[in-house]
Design a protein around this ligand. Structure first.
Ligand code: SF4
Length: 411
């Protein structure tokens, strides 16, 4: 059977509607993920039917060509509050003129990825994990993206880049975990995705594969039975998605996540803490609860990276820590993400958060409860924590440090 919206489809579709708003589009087009991508909104003219643009947004859109990529699917844009510029969907998809106001600390490559690329398609910063950049396009160009220097579809990875990436991963035995990223890997065709997954699965030392994708958020119609079958046949496979606000959790997004989880794919969520978008306790609590309800585990809450043109979206560290104080203890531990700073320059993720240990002596630690009470916790009398049975259980295995490179010192 031919897919919907492809040339020569069995039932002819009506002529294009006068605007790209959901109410004007034939549902068969609307639910076709390729149609959503072909009709991404990129200019003030495109966004005009979805929002009464503010002066700052108009200036941001006018200045964007040649500076930072702009784009959002009609599906995502249709969630915009047309009259309120503080709408979280709007702030993530429509640029503000404030993006032109760079600070001295902002960088094109804030996480030092380009200096950790042994081959063009692989970023290898941590001992046992590697990022595999398999595509350079997205279904939204997020205003806070830390890879905005790379994404946009101008310089897609070639077949040779993919081959070199597979080859690097195959000859680097300490890589246990490969994270497909980009761009958005689920924008690849099912055939291309299946080919990459099968080649990774054929590498003995690759234990798990993860996919980072924003499509459940911005183009949930991409998640269908055929895609799920491709993913399901390459387990163990995990998906990390990127919801930033409860407004993004629509019926369609829920359906997409439920379908993935029902195919045995564990899902995690990485939220970027964005000032004025989701930087309130109320908003974060609602987001984390809604994620858990659709079986997506809150994983990371990122301090904004120091990427060019995003200073206005970053939250002060003290405010971020105070927000975590409003989550931990007040809701299920399952709902609590790790708050991290991804170190500028490439040092990796560093957990930060409220300090719950307030004092120590030789025999006690004084800790603070989430309600602020102080409690003395007695230390045990015995302090030796070595595990004698390790020598038996791991007798035939190489030392972890050899395999994972833990003993390496980064110069
Ligand atoms: S989807 Fe991810 S990679 Fe693409 S623009 Fe957004 S944050 Fe960047």
């Amino acid at each position: 059977m031919r897919s919907r919206g492809t040339p020569g489809a069995v039932t002819p579709l009506p002529l294009a509607a006068p605007s790209l708003r959901r109410e004007h589009v034939d549902p068969r087009r609307w639910t076709d993920w390729r149609w959503q991508l072909q009709n991404m909104l990129r200019s003030a003219e495109d966004f005009a039917p979805f929002a009464v643009l503010s002066r700052q947004e108009k200036a941001g859109l006018a200045a964007s060509p040649g500076l930072f990529r702009v784009g959002a699917t009609p599906y995502y844009a249709d969630l915009i509050d047309p009259v309120n510029p503080a709408c979280p969907i709007r702030m993530q998809s429509i640029p503000s003129v404030r993006e032109l106001d760079f600070t001295i600390d902002e960088l094109g490559d804030p996480l030092g990825e380009d200096s950790h690329r042994p081959v063009p398609s692989v970023v290898h910063k941590y001992p046992d994990r590697a990022l595999f950049l398999v595509v350079d396009r997205c279904a939204i160009y997020c205003r806070h993206c830390n890879r905005r220097r790379l994404v946009g579809g101008d310089d897609p990875p070639t077949a040779s880049d993919i081959d070199q990436g597979i080859d690097y991963i195959a000859r680097t035995r300490r890589i246990r975990d490969v994270l497909l990223s980009g761009g958005d890997p689920l924008l690849l065709s099912n055939g291309k995705l299946a080919d990459i997954l099968a080649r990774l699965r054929a590498i003995d030392h690759v234990e798990i594969i993860r996919i980072g994708t924003r499509l459940p958020v911005v183009c949930p119609m991409r998640i269908d039975a055929e895609l799920c079958r491709v993913l399901q046949s390459h387990h163990p496979l995990y998906i990390n998605t990127h919801f930033n606000h409860p407004k993004e959790i629509t019926d369609e997004a829920r359906r997409a996540c439920t379908m993935l989880v029902d195919h045995g794919i564990p899902m995690g969520n990485q939220t970027v803490l964005l000032r004025g978008v989701n930087s309130s306790v109320r908003c974060l609590r609602a987001l984390m609860r809604e994620l858990l309800k659709m079986r997506v585990k809150p994983y990371y809450l990122f301090q904004g990276d120091t990427v060019l043109g995003t200073d206005h979206l970053r939250t002060p560290v003290d405010a971020a820590i105070a927000l975590m104080d409003g989550l931990r203890g007040w809701m299920s531990g399952m709902a609590i993400p790790h708050l991290v700073i991804d170190a500028p320059g490439g040092g990796g993720k560093i957990p930060i958060g409220p300090d719950y240990v307030v004092a120590r002596d030789d025999n006690h630690v004084t800790v603070r409860t989430y309600r602020g009470q102080l409690v003395r916790y007695p230390e045990p009398r015995q302090r030796d924590c070595s595990v004698p049975y390790d020598a038996v259980y791991f007798a035939d295995q190489a030392d972890d440090d050899d395999r994972e490179g833990s003993a390496e010192i980064e110069l």
